[in-house]
Design a protein around this ligand. Structure first.
Ligand code: AMP
Ligand code: MG
Length: 319
């Protein structure tokens, strides 16, 4: 880790600027949570609608107390078990958190990222950092500094930490009393969370109708060229196609650009390479449309299919 670069990034955050930084999931576009003007710059640069709340990143479980009033025993238990890690907890917010961060919601999404650079940036800047993914609204999430440069050349600073390891966004759950609701699937599954909480907890996978945050919508994370979920009916593939497969097995006879996200079908590997594969297809001018193989919707496969379905949604004939 380059200390000079870290200090420079922290200075920019303290002075109200925007810094893109790596986490274990995807790259974030960060600002000082407590500075509403700085947070407004995130929405402007990303072209993000103001009704889409941001996730606040902290560097210790203790920082929770600054953002939410009296976290319950269950919340502390989840934080201690899964943090630092890819789990966002949506909790009642306290007054200190500006409304712009939560899009006016009475709750705030909080997580502690499992990445040395991110944690040190938060500590050095001495404030919780509000950060959505560092992409233009609705487009592919960035998993490298290069992806951030491509979509957000106007960012004040990028801390380059190489390619992220998890590769898809955090799991999001809201905790209200003894009710836990899955808002977005991720690497940490609802089963993992269920095991960590007392038997008295109730688990929901149906999102509350009143919540219309785009991360929860049907279309999101899309490449800028058509993406279709691949099946036998697509064969032979049209000319100038890109095909993303998750396991080298049967290769279609069609002439296409082929990318494997995994050599073994391992879900962790597929998740880690999913957005990179989509970015590579998006960047290749020879590829006019992309086909992507589905995965089995079990465990991490639920989160992988959530991203694939959202990325492909607007290109479906019925959309
Ligand atoms: P991103 O950081 O770009 O992955 O997006 C953050 C996502 O977190 C939003 O699109 C919402 O879906 C979700 N989120 C953040 N804060 C809240 C909240 N207070 N209530 C519900 N969802 C939230
Ligand atoms: Mg995002």
């Amino acid at each position: 880790m380059n200390i000079q670069q870290l200090k420079e990034a922290a200075r920019i955050i303290s002075e109200g600027g925007l810094v893109s930084f790596p986490t274990e999931t995807v790259y974030g576009l960060g600002a000082n949570t407590l500075n509403s003007v700085a947070v407004a710059k995130i929405f402007k640069l990303k072209e993000r609608p103001s009704f889409d709340p941001l996730i606040v990143h902290i560097a210790s479980v203790d920082d929770l107390k600054m953002l939410t009033n009296e976290p319950s025993e269950a919340v502390i238990r989840l934080a201690e078990k899964f943090w630092p890690g890819p789990l966002t907890l949506v909790l009642p917010k306290c007054k200190l958190v500006p409304d712009i961060v939560t899009s006016g919601l009475p709750t705030v999404g909080i997580r502690m990222p499992d990445h040395e650079l991110a944690l040190n940036l938060i500590k050095e800047a001495k404030c919780p950092i509000a950060a959505p993914s560092a992409n233009k609204f609705g487009q592919l999430s960035p998993v490298s500094a290069e992806h951030v440069r491509k979509q957000l050349p106007g960012v004040d600073y990028i801390l380059d930490g190489g390619t992220t390891t998890v590769g898809i966004e955090s799991t999001i759950v809201s905790i209200e009393g003894n009710v836990c609701t899955l808002l977005r699937p991720g690497k940490i599954t609802l089963d993992d969370i269920e095991k960590a909480l007392p038997g008295t907890f109730v688990f929901n996978t149906t999102k509350p109708a009143k919540l219309v945050a785009p991360g929860l919508l049907k279309s999101h994370y899309s490449p800028n060229k058509p993406l279709y979920i691949y099946n036998r009916a697509n064969l032979p593939l049209p000319e100038s196609s890109g095909l993303i497969l998750h396991n080298p097995g049967e290769v279609p006879s069609s002439d296409c650009k082929l990318i494997y996200t995994s050599k073994t079908g391992d879900q962790l590997e597929i998740a880690a390479n999913l957005f990179s594969a989509l970015h590579t297809m998006e960047d290749d001018p020879a590829v006019k449309q992309i086909f992507i193989e589905p995965v089995v919707e079990k465990g991490l496969g639920i989160a992988i299919m959530d991203r694939i379905n959202k990325a492909a949604y607007k290109y479906q004939p019925s959309a």
